[in-house]
Write a protein that binds this ligand. Structure first.
Ligand code: E4P
Length: 218
């Protein structure tokens, strides 16, 4: 399972990278705005900074909603750095643009996916990644994990290469449940990754080991 961090915060990206388990980064316009990154030139420069920190894929989202605009923006994003994956919204022109980029060998992440049908279309268009938004479905009392399970079944039925990128992960149990269901990738906040470290018995056990070492080595 690949671990992506879902943020545009450089300190958090560095912290996850230093842990040695980071496979990539996802961003979106809201995450960029949260870090105060505004203006197209600054946004593009920020993507390059992210690529310089991590070894893996960095999803950079287009803001156009028409085919021509998405193609123009996506090509500029892909030209920025070899690690960039063009992130496209799951709308009609987004599917068309996905097919266009697939044919050109440019990698894509189809985002804002909330149904199995949308995920099927993304795979048909050759998306590198499909991003079902788990947490946002849970937010409206709909089972987000069920969507991951449905997409896994459909993709396995036809051996689609598109990787399931479980997005909108909110906490550690989402990560574990997605791993059980066979999601290829998770993307979530740093806390959803570092939270996996925690177990009180680990802390108690370590404290005891260190105390016993001290006793024996006075
Ligand atoms: C995915 O790529 C999105 O950036 C993200 O996971 C959205 O998560 P949210 O629902 O917590 O905003």
């Amino acid at each position: 399972m690949k671990f992506f961090i879902d943020t545009a915060n450089l300190d958090q990206i560095r912290e996850a990278q230093e842990l040695g388990i980071l496979d990539g980064v996802t961003t979106n316009p809201s995450l960029m705005a949260k870090e105060g990154i505004t203006g197209q030139d600054n946004i593009l420069a920020h993507y390059v900074k992210i690529c310089e920190i991590v070894d893996g894929d960095v999803s950079a989202e287009v803001i156009s909603t028409d085919f021509d605009g998405m193609v123009k923006e996506g090509e500029a994003l892909a030209d920025l750095h070899e690690q960039i994956v063009v992130k496209l919204p799951m709308i009609k022109d987004g599917v068309k643009a996905c097919k266009y980029f697939t044919d050109k060998g440019i990698r894509t992440n189809v985002t804002l996916v909330f149904s199995a049908g949308q995920a099927l279309l993304a795979a048909k268009a050759g998306a590198t990644y499909v991003s079902p938004f788990l947490g946002r479905l849970d937010d409206i009392s709909t089972d987000g994990l069920n969507l991951i399970e449905e997409i896994r079944l459909i993709y396995d039925n036809y051996a689609f290469d598109t990787e399931i990128l479980a997005a909108s992960i909110r906490h550690t149990m989402h990560v574990i449940d997605c791993a059980k269901l066979g999601a290829d990738v998770m993307t979530g906040p740093l806390s959803s990754i570092t939270g996996l470290l925690k177990h009180p018995l680990t802390d108690i056990g370590l404290e005891k080991f260190l105390q016993d070492y001290q006793k024996g080595n006075k």
